[in-house]
Every structure is written in C-alpha cells, then in structure tokens.
Design a protein around this ligand. Structure first.
Ligand code: ADP
Ligand code: ZN
Ligand code: ZN
Length: 745
C-alpha cells in the first residue's frame, strides 16, 4: 500500500545543509527533480524537489504549500540528483548550496507579475539560433561529422585544419589504450607541454560520441580565458555537434541558453569551467579534465568542492571513462597512478617535430638590472624580436607595485580590513616611457641590486591621480593619499614591481615592440583577454607580459622565448604545496615556448640557481620532481598520504574565532555528538590546535583554522558528519565553514 506523499523536501540556494519541507497542494503533485516556487520568508524562491514524503517532522499547520511549478524547466534526472547528493555528502554541504549556484540565475528566478512568460522558452530559441548553420539534426549528427570531414579532406583549403593531423605513434598508442575502455576508468594523460594532448582528447571524444545520436561529452578547463580558443577548435573539428559553453562570465541569457541545451541533451559537447561539472547531462559518455592539476578547479566560495574530483566521482557513478590531462599532474593524481587506481598514458615528445625549450638559470645575485631584467634576458628578448618571433615575460604579480611606502617614517599601505598591503595600481593605459621616467627614478641608473625595483615616486603634484590603492583580498580601493597618513611627508613611493610596471619598463627597453599584457586586471573587462590573446595568436604582439593567466594552455605559434622575471617568490612559502605549485607554474609557462619547430629558450632569473626545483625544471623531469615530493610528503604524513578537513572560523576578534574552534575541538575529542563518534574512529584522527589563518584578518574579520586529518578517509567522514551536526546546532555569532580536501592550509 502506498500513501500519496503530502510533503516535498525542497533544496534551496541557501548556505544550510538541510532541505526544507513544503506541503503539496491538492490540485497538483510534483515529482522528485522538479523545479518549484516556494514562499521563503517574505519573498519567493525557486527550489528543487529533492524528495517526497508522507510525513514531516514539522507540524503540518506550520508548513506552507508549494506554489505552481516553474514552467518550462526540465525535470532533473535521477542520476544527477544522486550525483549532487553524493557531492553534498562528501563536502558536507547542503544539496541546494552545492548544486543550485551552477544553474543560471535567469532560470531559477521566481516568476513575477512583470515577467514575460518562462525564461526557458526564449533561452531555447537562443541556443538553437546560435549554433553554427552546419549543425545537422541530432539524429544524423554522427554521420554528419563523417560527411563534413570527408568533405574537408576532399581537397578544400581547410584540409590543413586540425582534423587533418596524423597522430604520432605516441598519440596513437595513448588513444588505443584509452579508447579500449568502455566502462569506468580514470586515465591520466601525462603529456609534456605541446605533446598534442588536445588531439588525443578530440579523437577519443569523436570515438565516444559516435556511439549514438544522443551522446554527450564534457570538457572541463580551469580558466574562462581558455574557453574561446578551445571552443573554436571544437567547432572546427566537430562541426555537426552543437557546443554549449558554461562559465560564470557569460551574459545571463546566453548562459541560460547554453545550460538548457546541455541539460536537455541538445548540446553534444559541453565545454566549461568548474561549475559545468554540476550540469545535468543526460547523454554523458565521456569526460575530459584538461590541466587537471590546476588549483582553479577548486571552488573557494559557498560549498567548497573540487571540480576535478567531482568529475571523477561523476564518471564513477555513471560508469564512464574519464581522461585527466596534464604535463604536471597533481601529486594526488600521480599517487593514484602509482597505486594502480588510475591508469596512465604518456606522451613524451612534442607533436609535429617541435622540441622542448632549453632552460637556463640567470643568477640575480650581483646582476645589474634594468626594469627587473638582467642583461642576458634583455639581450635574448632583443634578438627574439629582431627575428620576428615572440617573447613572453612572466611575472606572477599583478598591479603596478605591491606596496606604497613612506620613506620618512616607514608607513606602508596596509589594508585596514585585511592582513595585507593594498597594492598600487595604475588606472588606465601605460604611462609612456618618457613620462614614467620623469615620474621618478625609474630606469635612470640601473643598480647592481637584485632585490628591488627603484621606488616610484608619487610626490605631491606628480602623477598621483593615475594610481589607486587596491586590496587584492577585500577589493577595497582608495585614492593615493596626498601625504603620508602617519607623518605628512609628501614623497610616497611604490616599492617593487607588478605586471603593469613591468609593461612600462618593457616599453622603455623595447620602444618599437608591440606589447600585450594579460592578467586578472585586464581580464576583468569582458572580452579584453580574448582580444589580447587573439592579437597574440595573430602575430600582432611581439612581447607578451603577464601572470599565470598567460601560462595556461595557450598555443602561441611564434613564441620562442620565455623570461621568468622573479621565480623565487614561491620557493619558501609556508604552504606544503608551494613547491608543487611553483614547479607546475614554471613548467606551464616554459611550455609556451617553441611549440612549433623553432629552437626556443627559457630564462629563469633566480637568486637560488642551485635549487632542486630548478634542476628538475631544467631537465624537464616531472617524474623526478614528483617522486621526490611524494617521498617528502610520505615522511611528513602530508596529503595524499593523509586526508584532511579544515574547519575555518571568522569572528570579530581572534579570541572569538579561535575560541570557537577550541570548543569545537573539545566537542570532537570528548565525542559530544549525536550519535556519539565511535572510539576507534576518533583514534584514527589527528585533531590539530586552532591557529590563525595565513591571512589572519580579512574584510575586518579575524580568521582562524583547525585541521583534522586521518590516514583513513572513511574515519574522517564518519567523524565529520555527527561533529558538524553538533556544531550547527550551536548558537554562535562565529561564522564557520568546513573545507574537505583543503588546497591551501
Ligand atoms: P598540449 O599537449 O600542450 O595540450 P596541444 O594539444 O596544444 O599540446 O598541441 C600542440 C601543438 O601540436 C598544436 O599546435 C597541435 O596542432 C600540434 N599537433 C598535435 N598533434 C599533432 C600531430 N599529430 N602532428 C602535428 N602537429 C600536431
Ligand atoms: Zn610617513
Ligand atoms: Zn583588504
């Protein structure tokens, strides 16, 4: 005997772990996976029906009824609900908190009297109109691919397109290995930079998608800036496959259109950043995670998750193969390969006969610098430009100068909200070289001083209005003060160098060169990063300057020189992942050079030329580096040899934040939870002391953290469930979060 459900458990986009119960009205009945409108306080919200029940713990008279369902939204399939429920459990987050932010806002806006019918209808038309005209009906899509490709090799000018590449022996072997698997398996495609991983992905996707007319593939990339070019390559290669793109920097209407096309199976290939792993894809048959090591796959706000790890879980739950690609795999992935949990396919050579760049260390100690560059670096850039090739100058620090200082009293531009300095930023375009020189001692006499750029003088009456102070943590912005806030001195100076200032220096050193800069400041203007990259690819830029945004994944044809201005910043950071990050970043940026035949070089300016990280880099030896790092981590009992969860707390004072954590620690150790944590589970845990976070104050709040770790993932999760429930039941003004598998500690 079944009882008709009277209540719906509804997941909402709120930072709470639970779903909320609503009464089912008499005249209609929702199904699990339906989108519904519910009253929420004085407003209305759109939520997802996560379950149905005949009873509720809340007295019926206190429950409000569901409003009529949201028109036009597809019902979320069971496999997706199971997957996001798994994700919510694993990350100890709310189902709504995890899954709903990935659904475009436009589609989950509660309808108002003013809305012009369901947003879904308009969104559907938009995607279909936006697909290239060559797109054929889904039913013959697979044949369509063949037809168009046959067409191309039939001698047209486009025969030289990517579809015409003949796989190398290595690529063919990798494909054979990966393609042989039909069920769930995780493959690491470990291919050096420029080895042609993309070609392997494409051929594998082609093979997987050919299995049927409703198949879908998901391709994850770490950066929004990587999507346009890869999208072009996909469209060119799969002209018959409608492509949906999902990332957070799209206009609302477009984002809605693409999400719906993905969710309804109309898009055959879905390309996106981390949030796209949460898109419901009914026909999914293959997943690719490109640059799998990249920290940008970690979501750092709201529900904290790793899109790479969720992608692996998704593949496992749906019985699918997944390919993780990288030249510098994360140590977690490498460890899983060593243990036989993941399989590996390797590309040891660059595609198309290109060779790896030679890596040279240029000592900074005792060197004479101009605008942060040593003589060998300047000479190499000059020669490269003269040959009509491109050079990339890498500095992983955006802004003009990292700090503004008073030479008289030592005042520094601290942020009053954060435990950090406000960074000097130039507003608008670069100051022409002559003006920059006039503004201070910039470029005047080069000093034999590796440590710093000459200060930029912002004396009263100088170019002060061209600059602002910006905090990179809270975003606070202010004008440059007229005089020192402490002593009234009028001569304030920017110390050190960021990409904006480097760009100006390069202009002065190479007046005829066309310079293009890329960093997060440039990318903030919609389309600006794309324009700059297009110009670089079209050969309209001689000198590229930028942060790691430039390092990731790009395939510049004429780039033959990479100069790393100051590599050492990452060497001695406290975070145990710092060497891994530094190595990956340098390997990536070095990998931009010489991808197309020409001999190429990488110059690393460093104060520590003998450091083992640079040895491994010069030898292009990821394995050596990974093995050495893993040995150290195993010794020190660090991930991936232990599993971690980080409890973080923010409060008005450090005492409050650390006090909350200390109390949470006692609750755990004394097993004051419901149900009580088993003694042997507790024994398997290490519960560290609360400490201030590396950025101990942010946005005016004190921040502290406490690490819980265990060699047993099961034990860690068995403890986290009841423990967090107990913490949630407390009333406290302290805001806290749990981060499972934290990336930075
Ligand atoms: P990565 O492994 O760094 O992702 P890409 O996939 O970007 O490398 O490939 C690097 C370059 O090599 C691209 O320009 C690509 O077109 C070219 N390439 C890839 N495979 C082949 C091949 N089999 N023959 C010739 N060129 C190739
Ligand atoms: Zn002062
Ligand atoms: Zn701040």
């Amino acid at each position: 005997m079944t009882v008709d459900p009277a209540f719906a458990h509804v997941a909402l986009d709120v930072p709470l772990p639970e779903t909320f119960d609503y009464r089912i009205p008499d005249d209609w009945r929702p199904e699990v996976g339906d989108w519904v409108v519910v009253p929420w306080g004085t407003s209305r919200r759109v939520g997802l029906v996560a379950g149905l029940a005949s009873g509720s713990e809340v007295p019926a008279e206190r429950l409000k009824p569901l409003e009529p369902p949201l028109a036009g939204m597809p019902r979320m399939p069971r496999h997706w609900l199971d997957f996001v429920a798994f994700g919510a459990r694993y990350y100890h987050a709310g189902l709504g908190e995890l899954a709903l932010p990935s659904v475009p806002k436009l589609l989950r806006a509660a309808p108002s009297a003013r809305s012009r019918g369901p947003a879904t209808g308009r969104a559907r038309g938009r995607f279909d109109a936006g697909t290239p005209p060559r797109a054929v009906d889904a039913v013959d899509a697979v044949d369509g691919v063949r037809a168009v490709r046959a067409d191309r090799s039939g001698g047209s000018a486009s025969a030289a397109g990517p579809a015409a590449l003949v796989p190398s022996a290595e690529q063919a072997a990798a494909l054979a290995a990966i393609g042989a698997v039909d069920g769930h398996a995780v493959f690491l495609l470990h291919g050096i930079t420029g080895s042609g991983k993309t070609e392997v992905y494409f051929r594998w996707l082609e093979h997987r998608l050919a299995a049927g007319p409703t198949t879908q593939a998901l391709v994850l990339v770490p950066e929004i800036a990587l999507t346009p070019r890869l999208a072009d390559r996909i469209r060119e290669r799969f002209p018959a496959m409608p492509l949906a793109i999902l990332h957070s920097d799209m206009p609302d209407a477009e984002r809605a259109a693409h999400w719906l096309a993905a969710a309804e199976g109309r898009a055959r290939i879905v390309l996106g950043t981390r949030l796209s792993v949460l898109a419901p894809l009914p026909g999914l048959v293959a997943i690719v995670v490109d640059e799998e090591h990249d920290a940008s796959f970690k979501q750092l706000e709201g529900a904290r998750y790793s899109a790479r790890d969720l992608a692996i879980a998704l593949a496992a739950r749906r019985g699918l193969p997944i390919v993780l690609g990288s030249a510098t795999p994360s140590l977690e992935t490498w460890h899983a390969v060593r243990r036989g949990r993941y399989r590996i396919a390797t590309l040891e050579h660059r595609a198309g006969g290109a060779t790896l760049p030679t890596v040279h260390r240029v000592p900074l100690r005792g060197a004479t610098l101009k605008h942060g560059l040593t003589e060998p670096a300047i000479g190499a850039i000059t020669a490269t430009i003269a040959r009509g090739e491109q050079a990339l100058v890498f500095l992983n620090r955006r802004g003009y100068a990292p700090v503004l200082a008073c030479g008289a009293c030592g005042w520094l531009s601290r942020c009053d909200q954060c435990d950090a300095y406000r960074v000097l930023h130039r507003v608008g375009g670069p100051v022409r070289a002559a003006k920059a020189a006039a503004a201070g001692s910039v470029g005047a006499a080069a000093r034999p001083d590796a440590d710093d750029a000459p200060p930029v003088d912002l004396h009263a009456g100088g170019p002060r209005a061209r600059y602002r102070l910006v905090c990179h943590h809270c975003g606070a912005e202010q004008r440059v003060p007229r005089t020192c806030p402490e002593c009234g001195n009028v001569d304030l100076a920017g110390l050190g160098r960021g990409t904006q200032r480097l760009e100006e220096g390069l202009q002065e050193l190479f007046p005829g060169a066309r310079i293009g800069r890329l960093d997060r400041d440039v990318a903030r203007r919609r389309g600006a990063a794309e324009r700059m990259l297009d110009a670089a690819h079209a050969g309209e830029v001689d000198l590229l300057v930028g942060t790691q945004m430039l390092a990731k994944g790009h395939d510049f044809r004429r780039l033959t020189l990479v100069v790393v201005v100051d590599a050492d910043a990452g060497l001695f950071a406290a975070d145990f992942r710092a060497p891994e990050r530094l190595f990956a970043t340098l390997m990536q940026v070095a990998g931009r050079a010489g991808r197309h035949h020409a001999a190429s070089r990488v110059l690393i300016q460093t104060r520590y030329p003998d450091h083992p990280v640079y040895d491994a880099l010069a030898a292009h030896d990821y394995r050596r580096f990974a093995e050495q790092q893993l040995a150290e981590r195993e010794q020190a009992r660090l991930p991936p040899f232990v599993h971690q969860a980080l409890l973080t707390a923010q409060a008005r004072t450090h005492d409050a934040a650390e006090g909350f954590l200390a109390q949470a620690r006692v609750a755990l150790l004394e097993r004051r939870t419901e149900p009580p944590i088993a003694a042997q589970v507790l024994e398997a845990l290490t519960v560290c002391d609360p400490v201030p976070m590396p950025l101990a104050q942010m946005r005016g709040e004190a921040r502290a953290q406490m690490l819980v770790e265990s060699a047993s993932r099961a034990a860690l999760h068995a403890a986290l469930g009841p423990w967090l429930a107990a913490l949630r039941a407390q009333r406290t003004p302290v805001r806290w979060q749990i981060v499972v598998d934290p990336h930075e500690i």
